[in-house]
Design a protein around this ligand. Structure first.
Ligand code: B12
Length: 216
């Protein structure tokens, strides 16, 4: 039955219909639909579509902001459900994650954070526009195994490199595995700046994070 439900949820998010989005997500959860599936099939495709429409200039900032807001409402409802699944298992590693300084895009990063937490990682999400010093201090404080840096702008991608340099300066580079991501980020960029890993989406981020822990 939920094939249609996912489409309806995609549409509600795309239209920025906040209440409808929340109602649909709640209903799916009540009916026992897997929250991961709600995220992957009901929500992420909507943001992908919003991005395409924005790039094609069929969507402008106000529509984009409304769709983003609806997406965030959905993620907020899904997060505790995903986390529940995560805590049933043993914690497999600690991850500090955030969007770099000067960048306020948080949807992709939050999805990666939710999926990692669902996979059994203890996740410290520092939010958006996070200065390098804050990342480094938090990694030290919680003895993180992995640091995830998100950047959605070609200008802020540079900050990823700076955080790595800062870790090196503080003598902490070998203490933590570094994974980078965000729409403009590529494997080649990750290699160039000396990151340990890259993932193009949240599913692969979990895969790479697991491999990082296994190789530690
Ligand atoms: C939504 C959006 C916004 C929203 C953000 C709302 C929010 N709360 O996040 C708003 C409207 C606020 C916004 C603002 C701006 N935006 Co904007 N935005 C987008 C848009 C359309 C979609 C981004 C998104 O949420 N995608 C959906 C998620 C699910 O995908 P994702 O972010 O890529 O994340 C996935 C992967 O990348 C990966 N991932 C992400 N992070 C991480 C981290 C790690 C560690 C790992 C492993 C993986 C990973 O996994 C995620 C899940 O699968 C993109 C277009 C695009 N195609 O990316 C433009 C885009 C990124 N924005 C752009 C621009 C220019 C801006 C503004 C400067 C616009 C302006 N003129 O003011 C401002 C910047 C403000 C700032 N300082 O940050 C440009 C960037 C151009 C460039 N080359 O630098 C883009 C590409 C649009 C375009 N084509 O022009 N934006």
């Amino acid at each position: 039955m939920f094939g249609g439900g996912f489409e309806q949820l995609n549409r509600a998010i795309l239209e920025g219909a906040l209440e409808e989005t929340e109602d649909l997500v709640k209903r799916m959860l009540e009916e026992g639909v897997n929250p991961l599936e709600v995220m992957n099939k009901g929500c992420i495709p909507a943001m992908e579509k919003a991005g395409e429409l924005f790039e094609a200039e069929e969507f402008f900032l106000p529509e984009l902001i409304m769709a983003s807001e609806a997406m965030k409402r959905a993620v907020k409802l899904l997060e505790p459900e995903l986390a529940k699944r995560g805590t049933e298992k043993k914690i497999i590693g600690r991850v500090v994650i955030g969007t770099v300084e000067g960048d306020v895009h948080d949807i992709g990063k939050s999805i990666v954070a939710s999926m990692l937490s669902a996979a059994g990682f203890e996740v410290y999400d520092l939010g958006v526009d996070v200065p390098g010093e804050t990342f480094v201090a938090r990694v030290k404080e919680v003895e993180a195994d992995i640091l995830g840096l998100s950047a959605l702008l070609t200008t802020t991608m540079q900050r990823q490199r700076e955080v790595i340099e800062l870790l090196t300066e503080k003598g902490m580079r070998d203490k933590v595995k570094l994974i980078v991501g965000g729409a403009p980020v590529t494997r080649a960029w990750a290699e160039k700046i000396g990151a340990d890993g890259y993932a193009e989406d949240a599913v692969n981020a979990v895969k790479v994070a697991r491999e990082m822990i296994a190789s530690k």
